[in-house]
Design a protein. Structure first.
Length: 284
């Protein structure tokens, strides 16, 4: 998490997104509490183009890991075709459970045709957190590993280990541990790695839960977090919330830190996106 006594991360200027042939679904999706599972469940045959393994035999560890990478790649491709909104609340907590400081960052995200995430900050009041500072890596993690977990497009950087079958909220899942093949370099803080576990539904083979931490730490400290995925406006499971409630151990001080993030209002986005600064005019 954030390094003590660092300067505040300056809020990036708003990005203006010029979209060509914009096509957004007409149906408006409400906040997390109003998400409805109105679509039929997606099965392995829909994503892998092959029948799922028989329930009695289950999947082998090797096949479960291979299917995770294959299916997650398709989920990311679907996610890259949707805009969504994200509300972030970061808090420090006092000894009696009271909130002692708060950082709020509400944004809307779109994706360009290369799969790059583009953030437009819509609400970002001045932070009242004093025990520590919110750093560039914190903001990077919010839109990276805390949102998605493992980067399947660079899966060769990770070691995936089958950890067994688990029941998760009445859902039969395969648990897979994730760790970088090489120890993250604390001198290269911009290169972030997820370390933890993912749970995939044994029927749809999609990730339903992510739990872990982002490394390297260096002189900073980062919390253990959980991200849940649910069925939103598509047959795919998309992230709906991230939570963390952890004590960060700095040199000479412990800080109780809490994260609450929700992702909502997923809408189909079928166009190419160009980005210009505020003082630029889009080309014609």
């Amino acid at each position: 998490m954030s390094r003590l006594f660092l300067d505040y991360l300056k809020t990036p200027g708003l990005l203006f997104v010029a979209a060509v042939s914009l096509s957004v679904a007409a149906a408006q999706q409400g906040p997390l509490g109003s998400l409805r599972n109105s679509n039929p469940p997606l099965h392995a045959v829909d994503l892998l183009r092959e029948p799922p393994a028989p329930p009695v035999l289950r999947r082998s560890p090797e096949r479960a890991i291979a299917d995770l990478v294959t299916v997650e790649t398709k989920v990311r491709e679907a996610l890259n075709q949707h805009t969504f909104k994200r509300d972030v609340v970061l808090q420090t907590i006092g000894r009696n459970g009271e909130v002692t400081g708060e950082y709020v960052r509400n944004s809307q995200f779109v994706f360009d045709d290369r799969g790059n995430r583009i953030e437009r900050v819509t609400y970002h009041p001045q932070s009242t957190i004093r025990e520590m500072r919110i750093t560039r890596e914190d903001i990077q993690d919010l839109a990276g590993a805390q949102l998605l977990g493992i980067d399947v497009f660079e899966s060769n950087k990770y070691e995936l280990t089958f950890a067994g079958q688990e029941a998760l909220n009445a859902c039969d899942t395969y648990a897979i541990d994730v760790a970088p093949r090489q120890a993250p370099d604390p001198h290269r803080m911009s290169e972030r790695f997820f370390v933890g576990r993912v749970w995939i539904d044994s029927t749809s083979l999609q990730i339903v839960k992510i739990r872990g931490v982002v490394e390297p730490h260096g002189k900073q400290r980062f919390p253990i977090f959980e991200t849940w995925r649910e069925q939103a406006v598509t047959p795919f499971l998309f992230p709906t919330r991230t939570e963390a409630d952890d004590v960060l151990h700095f040199h000479g001080r412990d800080v109780h830190y809490r994260i609450k993030v929700r992702y909502y209002d997923y809408q189909r986005f079928a166009s190419k996106v160009s980005v210009t600064e505020a003082n630029e005019s889009p080309s014609h």
